[in-house]
Design a protein around this ligand. Structure first.
Ligand SMILES: *Cc1c(COP(=O)(O)O)cnc(C)c1O
Length: 457
């Protein structure tokens, strides 16, 4: 029986650490052979897992076994066979960095209280800002995900344009987090306009310009144009250069939702596809998607840090002792959180430990996997592929068959428990969707996927 006191001494900490690391290493060893999806009825274990904590200490090994058992149910986005939605990976170096950061547990709302740690976090923000070609006065914030990163951008845009009565333009395939953020920021549903797509399913820049002009003529106040760089459903990148041009001409804030797609800026193929992103007033990206990090990592970047600050600075007498922090950002003044998790290390350590090239190479590999899979499926006459993937999302459906035939195809593929794909609607039509993007997804997985798809036709 292993028990650990509330304040562990060195020996107890070693025991706790070794048992935890053993758990992690055993899990990662087994992962390639585990089913990507375990749809077994979890009712029996759920009852047991809902038990309240005991009064007396529990046995660490027994508790970790219970965790292992609990994790065996449901869908596993960290599996190499996970090709649905967006894979997510819990990169070990980042997860362990997080444990260290949480044990340091410094207060990082104000730079003066942890200047060294804030410098590390700021170095990551600066690096991302440079990657996207934003100017020296750019800034940003690490929050828990793309949805939460979008809110400060919408609020900064609203305040920079003094536009509570203004109109926001989004594409047909924009993520709903934009409308949700707009709602939270006080906008009514009718203040969010959906710009139709061009026939290639990207936001139509000419239509955007036309809607903006019509709204202006009707006395409304267009102020924010939201492009998507890698739409959730389609994976496609909106024409960022043309949309940036519309936004500039019409004096709108230009926001790029790159939650999924923006990290591909690291690759040369991604960089040419994302041309125009350097004109953004704000960019959102999710390192917990395309940089393989654990869930809980989203970033908002703004062209001018002062716009975030103007929208989020508040004060309280209880903060009067806090000094200025060496010109480093006070993150409490750039977003809605005061006390915040120090999310810097979960980014900083993997980038420094593995080097940027490791991430670039991994993303290049995923682009290759998507292209290879596209070629294979496109050669299958019973399938219809509406377009060649921009990045790593590819779409396919049975040619000339209805939604229920395609739904049954999806079920047959996923019944394998070796790969897992999802579906969406494109122009109202049921379409299967796969995204070979996971850290642990390699050529063998997409080969298996293609074999399973062929066998299921
Ligand atoms: C996933 C996604 C989001 C939302 O991000 P969360 O981290 O899930 O909150 C926003 N936009 C796009 C394009 C996405 O793919």
């Amino acid at each position: 029986m292993i028990t650990v006191p509330l304040e562990p001494d060195r020996a107890a900490l070693d025991t706790l650490g070794q048992a935890s690391l053993r758990f992690i290493a055993d899990y990662l060893d087994r992962l390639p052979d585990e089913p990507v999806n375990n749809p077994a009825d979890a009712r029996a274990v759920v009852g047991e897992l809902l038990a309240p904590p005991p009064e007396q200490p529990g046995d660490l090994d027994a508790l970790l076994r219970r965790l292992d058992h609990a994790a065996a149910y449901g869908l596993n986005p960290a599996s190499g066979g996970y090709l649905a939605y967006f894979p997510a990976n819990g990169l070990p170096s980042s997860a362990l960095a997080e444990a260290i950061a949480q044990i340091l547990n410094r207060f990082t709302g104000f730079a003066a209280l942890a200047p060294g740690l804030i410098a590390m976090e700021h170095s990551v923000i600066r690096w991302f800002a440079d990657l996207f070609g934003l100017p020296a006065q750019a800034g940003g914030l690490v929050v828990s995900g793309g949805s939460l990163a979008t809110l400060p951008a919408v609020v900064a845009a609203r305040d920079a344009h003094d536009a509570r009565d203004g109109v926001i333009y989004v594409g047909e395939y924009a993520h709903y987090c934009v409308a949700k953020s707009a709602h939270l920021a006080g906008f009514r549903a009718e203040q969010v306009r959906v710009v139709p797509s061009s026939p290639d399913q990207r936001m139509d820049a000419a239509e955007a310009a036309r809607l903006i002009a019509a709204d202006r003529a009707a006395g409304r106040r267009p102020f924010l144009l939201v492009a998507t760089a890698g739409a959730t459903s389609t994976g496609l990148v909106d024409p960022l250069g043309a949309l940036a041009e519309v936004a500039r001409r019409e004096d709108l804030w230009f926001h790029v939702d790159g939650a999924y797609g923006a990290p591909f800026q690291l690759t040369s193929r991604g960089r040419s596809l994302l041309a125009g992103i350097e004109q953004a007033d704000s960019i959102v990206l999710d390192p917990h998607k395309s940089l393989f990090l654990p869930y809980g990592t989203g970033i908002v970047l703004v062209r001018d840090e002062s716009t975030l600050r103007a929208a989020h600075t508040a004060g309280g007498d209880y903060l009067q002792d806090i000094e200025d922090g060496l010109g480093l950002p006070d993150y409490a003044n750039l977003g809605p959180e005061l006390t915040r998790e120090w999310r810097g290390l979960r980014l900083w350590l993997p980038l420094h430990l593995h080097g940027v090239a490791a991430f670039r190479d991994a993303l290049d590999e995923k682009l290759d996997l998507a292209r290879w899979t596209y070629e294979q499926l496109a050669a299958e006459p019973r399938l219809e592929l509406p377009w060649r993937p921009d990045l790593t999302v590819l779409e396919f459906r049975l040619r000339g068959r209805d939604a229920s035939a395609n739904e049954r195809l999806l079920q047959r593929i996923n019944a394998s428990q070796r790969v897992f794909v999802s579906s969406t609607r494109i122009g109202g039509q049921y379409t299967l969707r796969m995204c070979p993007q996971g850290l642990r997804t390699h050529a063998a997985h997409v080969r298996t996927a293609v074999e399973l798809i062929r066998a299921a036709l």
